[in-house]
Design a protein around this ligand. Structure first.
Ligand code: NAP
Length: 341
């Protein structure tokens, strides 16, 4: 019997916030496997802010999605059929299957994960791309030292929640900026952040930063850009470091958003501000994943996931990222494991 694969394609390039016209569900028959191919059934799909950038045309570190093609992204699945000696049915694998229920992979583009180490979903979060982003961005560019003050924006999200915890492991004072009181409570009570600021309800972010960071700010891990970054800039110490990880506040803007010029502050305070993508560190992913796994096992790192159930909810789950509806890593669960390997 022919299997039918539901796929979500990019139907239209969004202007501003994506909407129901941006995506379309289509059905495709799953073709017979060729030698060296593996059929994977999707279990978890990762939705990530960077995907918004790929919906746009233009020069970037990664090619734009093509119109009428499946939205590609990190996913975890289970092998259901294999014509490769490297995989057998029931293997749990990770790859870039994207927003579809089945994926026919060449055996070199997927990797087995060990389900006995941690829940399989963590390989899309704390042990995967977002955990590694936090690890390398903070430690390589931010270089926090004991006693310093680290501020992170998007603090309750997938990257930010790990950044703050690693900074605590390194002995820093950690202040998180996030968009709800529930998130601030989570950061302080669950993750051990020293202070939290709700940027949506604050009357004066600069004053709140002054109160939360009485010794100034040594590291600012920037996930959001915009007005939040402008406020943090006013409190930087000499030789502060700024890993520029993301600018989610700008991803859906239709007009360029100009803020204060940064050069004078960078010069006066000898500040290092460096953009990066996690891919810059791909030759060290094993090292990062091993360390994150060890901290997890030792109970020094905690993780939280917001899991939305159901394939058809993927587009709305993606939009939730821009509404702040997630705590920790946002994932969509598409199917249960059948083999339980
Ligand atoms: P996430 O933080 O789990 O989810 C996005 C969060 O951003 C939301 O929960 C929301 O939380 C916040 N947000 C949304 N719109 C905002 C706005 N206008 N102003 C301020 N905050 C806003 O997502 P993530 O995967 O961990 O990614 C975080 C950032 O890192 C993103 O900018 C992403 O592009 C970037 N990133 C970069 C790399 C890299 O290689 N450089 C890799 C992964 C991610 P609130 O409730 O706090 O608003």
């Amino acid at each position: 019997m022919t299997l039918v694969n539901n796929q979500i394609i990019l139907a239209e390039r969004p202007k501003g916030m994506p909407d129901s016209d941006t995506f379309k569900v289509v059905q495709k028959d799953v073709a017979e496997l060729e030698e060296g191919q593996v059929l994977v059934r999707t279990l978890f799909v990762s939705v990530d802010p960077y995907m918004r950038g790929r919906m746009q045309e233009g020069d970037s570190y990664i090619a734009p999605f093509k119109l009428n093609e499946v939205i590609k992204g990190g996913s975890i699945g289970e092998v259901v059929e294999s014509k490769s000696g490297r995989f057998t049915p029931g293997d749990v694998v990770i790859g870039m299957f994207g927003w579809q229920e089945y994926y026919t992979a060449n055996d070199l583009e997927i990797r087995k994960i060990d389900p006995s180490l941690a829940p399989i979903s963590t390989h899309l979060g704390i042990l995967g791309m977002t955990g590694l982003t936090a690890y390398f961005g903070l430690l390589e560019i931010g270089q926090p030292k004991a006693g310093e003050t680290v501020v992170v924006s998007g603090a309750a999200g997938a990257v930010g929640s790990v950044v703050g915890q690693i900074a605590k492991i390194k002995g820093a004072r950690v202040v998180g900026i996030a968009g709800s009181d529930e998130k601030i409570d989570f950061l302080k009570e669950e993750l051990g952040f020293d202070e939290g600021i709700n940027y949506r309800t604050t009357e004066d972010l600069v004053s709140d930063l002054k109160r939360a960071c009485p010794d100034g700010i040594d590291v600012y891990f920037d996930n959001v850009g915009g007005g939040i970054a402008d406020a943090v800039f006013t409190q930087l110490n000499r030789h502060a470091r700024i890993p520029v990880c993301g600018a989610i506040s700008a991803y859906n803007l239709e007009k360029v958003d100009n803020g204060p010029r940064v050069q004078t502050t960078l010069i006066k305070k000898s500040v290092l501000m460096q953009g990066f993508t996690v891919g810059n560190y791909s030759d060290r992913f094993n090292e990062g994943a091993m360390q994150l796994g060890q901290w997890l096992q030792e109970g020094k790192l905690k993780y939280h996931e917001t899991i939305i159930e159901g394939f058809y909810h993927i587009p709305n789950a993606f939009l939730d990222l821009f509404k702040g509806n997630n705590i920790g890593k946002l994932l969509v669960k598409v199917a249960d494991q059948q083999y339980g390997k």
